[in-house]
Design a protein around this ligand. Sequence first.
Ligand SMILES: Cc1ncc(COP(=O)(O)O)c(C=O)c1O
Length: 393
Amino acid sequence: MKKTTQLPHAGVANLSTPHIVNPPVHRASTVVFDSVAHMHAVQTQWEKDDPRFPSPTYGITDMPNQVALQNALAELEGGYRAQIYSSGLAAVTGALLAFTKAGDHVLYTDSAYGPGRRSALRLLQRFGVEIEPYDPLIGGDIRKLIRPNTTVVYCESPGSYTFEIQDVPAIAEAAHGHGATVLIDNAWATGFYFNAFAHGADVVIQPVTKYIAGHSDLLMGAVIANEKAWPRLRETTLDLGQMAGPDDLFNALRGLRTLGVRLPRHHDTAMQVTQWLQTRPEVARVLYPALPSDPGHALWKRDFTGATGLFGVELNPCSDEQVAAMLDHYELFRLGYSWGGYESLAMPAHLANIRSVRKWTGGPLVRFHVGLEDADDLIADLTTGFDRLKQAG
Ligand SMILES: Cc1ncc(COP(=O)(O)O)c(C=O)c1O
């Protein structure tokens, strides 16, 4: 079945109310039982963790809105099962905590989402886990960095801000040869455009906040595991008490239903806008793997089935004031730290504190997210920005 067919139906097979298209919002902390025997029976069923019989005993787990979204995300990503986290960042740290212990060594792509990279370095190091950033373009040579105590190899492809496409199958082969677990942040492509499990990942991190929810109205994360990694992920998620509220779970599932129409639209618009940006004299380089000129294009074409609306633009040398003048007065591109919603966003990218291996040596870098607006209108908006940049020079 094609993903576009799968998405409108994903995740609801096990729910007790299959006759209602959208699982109703269950606002609940407490579940009550008919008798002590009933209480024990449900608890016993819950402990079996049989995906066919979700058995809520308390609001933290197996509640219908949670189960529906978890199942849908597992289907989308092509994994075994999923756990919900309160944010994408919580999903990053939760996944790392699940697969590491004191004394371990983790190889962490230098191109990863900055706050996640910071938590890994700051939080995990406190618990005796050594985090070593690696060059995202290392490919199979990662085997040279693997140590006897390397238990996790962390990927993100394409990378945040600089959009390097990683050779995930080569990295996974080296990691698995050593028995390490491969974690990947699949935010940019989602399972719709990149089946990370089929390319060697064991665990996928998904900031639901971005394309899955798609409407810039909630914060949520998810971690999806293959069958082998599942027990550890479930146990750690329960230990951390991670969960999201039922209204947000409802809205995230609602967002997921239309992912299959939104992402191709983001892809089309981003192609038009990036091709136009490449013709502009103010632009040194557009960082978008779907462009044939991008260094990651061949790997992207081999492993991905599409591209989304987030890309970088390296400007020709100009001052910070000129960049600010360009960004300050767009009509459609708003200034914001997020992406993945229906609206277009822009932000200046500063990589000095979040890269140690593949340092940024280029000119001023700006990240753009193209939303669901018309490409011609976005290009007109960007044109006014270049006029402002010139005037401020
Ligand atoms: C690649 C990537 N991963 C994870 C996250 C974290 O998601 P959240 O904002 O839900 O914490 C972000 C947020 O920008 C991101 O860009």
